[in-house]
Design a protein around this ligand. Structure first.
Ligand code: SF4
Ligand code: SF4
Length: 697
């Protein structure tokens, strides 16, 4: 139809696209290397599920925009063949792809699918424009770029119809079942009473404008948030396995090229750069981010946008840096790069609870949390700049092996009267019960530790504790940026566990579970780790534990608060419910539960930090629990010492101590076994003076 024009358009657009892409890819090649080509089968499965299958777009909470996005994505896939065909027709009018001759069965089937997608994508583009221009939901960034892209998408669909409709009229076939969109255009031409010449001009105009939009569209993508159309599938394929937040990367603190986190852009990896290129700015990451929704200055949408602009700005310097051979020149060039903390300020990266909601919600599987931790690491390890409260936590772990800094010789006070077997007894055991710092030192959590022992003994489980040999595994230190302290604690823990030949570890804290299961392998510690709620569910299923009704509940309604490091980071959400069901409990579920649970505010070391900005996260969760339990109140069941503290604080601080109690699943199950259970509603231990952040620290 115009070989010269088609070739010229392709050359110009292709040349400019290549120029832009080289500038986008060059800094990626200059950044820290990470291997993301392992486990191809698992990666492919994730690509099919999250990329091609658009799994995270179909969130019931926002099903309408999700469906519209799925329709546009499907239209892009189906229309890819049509685009090739149209460019082919630019060179030779009757061009068609093999098997897709217009009158052939395959050609007609494809034509039908294509036209259905054209109509669907047109409707979706109009729907999205309506959202941006009229309904304007909070999470959407209302930039001009979004409107232009939607205009392009609508334009592509309309011009496709214009071309097809004109062709159908010229062929004397104004309507057909395999071309519903073309038939619509043909009937519009007829309805307007246009002459054959005018229809031909409109058809031809549709053809060339369509090609021009395709090329302009492709060239515009790398300049804005729609770059994700090019990078998203790649980003999904190259995701962290397992998710980076569950197992933070181990810093090399020993070698000459020691790594102390992120000072400047040059300390990020190429994958982190691909992440920011892939951010769609959809805002799903902030919908239930406990930090964002309670008014703290943390939005990954904004963080990613800021880092992306910074990356593009600094690309020439990054490339020059990677080419400098002389170490002194490299160092000098690196020192010239602006600090990343000037792009992502400390109040942003210290605010995160590492709860993982943002990563669970992100449709393109961006790893947001490790970047924030790397910023903390640099501040702690090199600049010694961190909140005052953090210093006490580090000192406590360093000197006494627990974040509270309570004398390490008091670690077994909670079980002095229980005559518990020690690993050092040399008697052999199935489970090493890793009690954890809270289980050993926090007065409220000590009761949970005792309830677990009650359950283990009732079911005849063979176990032992480390006793005074146990020390903090360093989870909080790592997430607060002190990788040096973490590595010391982790190595000591592995040495102890391996020294006793431990195979199975029982924990009551999801943070311990995450560290021992996902991070200690970095230090040579490989164990089967179970949370106490999992073990209870297993023991009940095996008939070794037969809970009855739990008197501690006093007939009250019960809801369960999913700990982020159990349900979200490690996928354990059914076991606690099974454990509670075994005691005859029918849960009232909070709206945000299981993997979509809402954080209590304590993760990421935030347990020990003051919450000075916005409203309190734990208050927000307690409000949700209170609304679920209703007027007469009830029990919030938990499975994490941090959740226990935060929710009890929240209950007390919102004046609900007479109505709501917070009990661990273990306490409820132990109570159902007939032993004198944990404190009842009126017991002083459960309504003591409101614990504050000071008590926590
Ligand atoms: S990080 Fe993910 S969820 Fe957040 S705005 Fe970007 S694409 Fe959306
Ligand atoms: S991990 Fe949680 S607190 Fe941190 S940014 Fe993501 S959703 Fe917000």
């Amino acid at each position: 139809m115009g070989p010269l024009l088609t070739a010229t358009m392709l050359l110009l657009a292709g040349g400019f696209f290549s120029f832009t892409m080289l500038r986008r890819v060059a800094p990626l090649l200059a950044l820290r290397r990470v291997n993301r080509l392992d486990h191809p089968g698992e990666r492919l499965a994730g690509l099919l599920r999250f990329g091609i299958g658009q799994r995270r777009m179909l969130d019931p909470e926002e099903i309408r925009p999700g469906l519209m996005h799925v329709v546009i994505f499907a239209a892009f896939l189906v229309l890819a063949l049509r685009t090739i065909t149209l460019f082919g027709m630019g060179f030779a009018e009757g061009f068609h792809l093999p098997l897709l001759a217009p009158a052939s069965p395959f050609g007609r089937a494809y034509g039908l699918a294509k036209d259905v997608m054209v109509l669907g994508a047109l409707a979706a583009a109009v729907g999205f424009l309506w959202r941006r221009l009229v309904s304007k939901p909070d999470r959407v960034t209302l930039s001009w770029e979004g409107n232009v892209i939607l205009g392009f998408i609508a334009g592509l669909m309309v011009t496709d119809m214009m071309f097809d409709g004109a062709g159908m009229l010229a062929a004397g076939e104004p309507s057909s079942w395999w071309a519903p969109a073309g038939s619509l255009a043909a009937s519009a031409y007829s309805g307007l009473g246009l002459s054959a010449g005018a229809v031909s001009v409109l058809g031809l105009g549709g053809f060339w404008v369509h090609l021009a939009i395709v090329l302009a569209f492709g060239n515009l993508l790398p300049y804005g948030k729609h770059f994700h159309i090019i990078t998203a599938l790649l980003n999904v394929y190259l995701r962290a396995l397992p998710p980076g937040a569950a197992a933070l990367r181990k810093l090399d603190l020993e070698s000459e090229a020691a790594d102390y986190g992120a000072q400047s852009m040059s300390d990020l990896s190429w994958k982190e750069a691909l992440d920011v290129y892939s951010c769609t700015e959809c805002g799903r990451c902030q919908t239930h981010c406990p930090t964002y929704v309670t008014g703290k200055p943390l939005s990954h949408k904004e963080v990613n946008r800021a880092i992306k602009h910074h990356l593009i700005e600094e690309a020439p310097r990054l490339v020059a840096l990677s080419r400098a051979r002389d170490p002194a020149a490299r160092e000098a060039a690196a020192a010239e790069l602006p600090a990343l903390a000037s792009i992502v300020p400390p109040e942003t990266f210290w605010a995160c609870t590492t709860c993982g909601w943002c990563e669970t919600a992100c449709p393109v599987l961006i790893e947001n949390i490790p970047r924030l931790i790397d910023l903390r690491r640099r501040k702690v390890l090199v600049d010694s700049e961190f909140p005052d409260e953090v210093a006490r936590v580090f000192k406590g772990i360093e000197t006494q092996g627990n974040p509270w800094g309570i004398g390490s010789n008091r670690r077994t006070e909670w079980c002095e009267d229980l005559a518990l077997p020690r690993a050092s007894d040399g008697q052999g055991f199935e489970y090493l019960f890793f009690v954890g710092c809270a289980g050993a030192f926090d007065d409220r959590q000590k009761k949970v530790s005792r309830a677990i022992v009650r359950i283990l003994r009732e079911a005849g489980v063979s176990f032992a504790i480390l006793g005074e040999e146990e020390t903090c595994n360093g989870e909080a230190a790592r997430r607060l940026g002190n990788e040096y302290l973490y590595q010391t604690q982790a190595a000591a823990t592995v040495e102890k566990l391996n020294g006793y030949g431990v195979k199975k570890v029982l924990v009551q804290c999801p943070h311990c579970l995450n560290t021992i299961q996902n991070e200690l392998p970095q230090f040579g510690g490989h164990y089967e780790v179970v949370h106490h709620t999992q073990l209870v569910a297993q023991l009940v299923a095996a008939g070794r534990l037969r809970p009855g009704r739990a008197p501690v509940l006093d007939g009250q309604a019960v809801t369960f608060h999913d700990p982020c490091y159990l349900a979200r980071h490690n996928g354990v959400n059914q076991a606690p419910r099974e454990a509670l069901a075994s005691a005859g409990i029918q849960l009232s579920e909070m709206p945000r539960n299981r993997r979509q649970g809402f954080c209590c505010g304590a993760g990421g070391g935030r347990m020990w930090l003051e919450e000075k900005l916005g409203t309190r996260v734990n208050h927000s969760r307690v409000e949700e629990a209170a609304a679920t339990l209703g007027e007469s109140g009830g029990v919030v069941a938990v499975g994490c010492p941090f959740c226990m503290t935060m929710l009890r604080d929240g209950v007390n601080e919102t004046g609900r101590e007479d109505k709501i109690r917070v009990l661990d699943v273990a306490e409820i199950v132990a109570s159902s076994l007939g032993e004198q259970g944990p404190p009842t509603r009126s017991s002083p231990a459960d309504v003591e003076a409101p614990p504050t952040a000071a008590r926590r620290s």
